[in-house]
Design a protein around this ligand. Structure first.
Ligand code: SF4
Ligand code: MG
Length: 331
């Protein structure tokens, strides 16, 4: 499989009154063409900030302060705002949880679908209109010609989410970043949208980074899974590795939990305690205050990422004891 995205040792920080806070602390992963990587963890673990870092859409007090992001072998962290804007909506697209934030309430659906086609693909208005109808059909929207004349508030939540996906796909991006795109939808519509993203991934050979806190969604669409905790990757592997052979105590906790419907509630039943604040100083393993297996070593030294298998890594000292495998990340 051909590699599309390679993130190496990414560090993203926020300037605040209390000093620089690290939201992403040395995250590394890759995404191939035609592959869905699910990024999973509790609210505040750094999964959304990781995706915003890739898109170059960090809030104004945030910045990438370390590492690299290679997209089709091009370094993104050194690109200008202008260059990034050209990539977004053209080669890289993003869909969010709340379509109303991506759709402009004062313009018709048709106008919003035509715009990027006229700008990025030099289409005439007529060509763009025909393409817009095609796109709405592709994402399963009935009566597309009529929908083009409507405003976002005239559509249901599920239909708006489909329109946003149609917009994201308008320029045939090679990478789609989806941040909790189905969280606000009811289960039936959620399943339909997940199927749609999966089909489009196959048809277009797109790479997908799918951010979610819901292990049910992960099971549904992931090829590979990256588990994040407190700004770090604690476990990464193929979907089978993670569900059939989870290694990290945090991953095991996630799998044992029934996640709360409301992402804002930060607790998972099977994992007592909460995610540390960004400004909290934690020595050793960042999960140790919540980990039932924590030893003195865990409280003092941060574990490296140990290889569990060819496709599977876990950032936990237990791995050293259990397998006595070599560190995948010697430092
Ligand atoms: Fe728990 Fe120690 Fe593993 Fe951290 S390194 S997850 S504290 S066992
Ligand atoms: Mg989020």
């Amino acid at each position: 499989m051909e590699q599309l995205l390679q993130v190496n040792d990414l560090v993203t920080q926020f300037r605040t009154a209390e000093g620089n806070l690290s939201a992403v602390r040395g995250v590394s992963f890759s995404v191939n063409k035609g592959e869905t990587l699910c990024v999973v963890g509790e609210s505040g673990c750094g999964k959304s900030i990781t995706s915003l870092s890739i898109m170059g859409l960090l809030p104004s007090n945030g910045a990438i302060t370390g590492g690299s992001i290679l997209f089709n072998d091009e370094e993104l962290t050194t690109k200008t705002e202008d260059q990034l804007r050209r990539l977004r909506g053209n080669q890289i697209s993003m869909i969010f949880q709340e379509p109303m934030t991506a759709l402009n309430p004062v313009f018709t659906i048709g106008y919003q679908l035509r715009e990027p086609l006229m700008i990025h693909r030099n289409m005439t208005k007529n060509e763009a209109s025909r393409k817009a109808v095609e796109l709405l059909e592709e994402v399963g929207i009935p009566d597309p010609v009529k929908k083009l004349k409507q405003f976002p508030h005239e559509l249901s939540g599920g239909m708006r989410q489909r329109v946003m996906i149609a917009m994201a796909l308008a320029c045939k991006p090679s990478l789609l970043i989806a941040d909790e795109p189905t969280t606000a939808l009811d289960v039936t519509i959620q399943a339909e949208i997940l199927d749609l993203i999966d089909d489009l991934k196959r048809d277009m050979d797109m790479g997908v980074v799918f951010v979610t806190h819901d292990m049910g969604v992960v099971a549904e669409i992931a090829d590979r899974v990256m588990v994040m905790y407190a700004g770090e990757v604690v476990e990464i592997g193929n979907v089978e590795d993670i569900f059939n052979d989870p290694q990290h105590p945090y991953t095991k906790g996630l799998l044992a939990s029934v996640p709360n419907i409301d992402e804002e509630s930060k607790t998972f039943d099977a994992i007592p305690g909460t995610l540390p604040n960004l400004n909290e100083k934690i020595d050793g393993c960042r999960f140790h205050p919540r980990c039932p297996f924590a030893t003195d070593k865990c409280r003092e030294q941060s574990p490296p990422a140990f290889s569990v298998g060819e496709t599977h890594q876990s950032k936990c000292w237990l791995q050293e004891v259990n397998n006595n495998v070599e560190s995948a990340n010697p430092s």
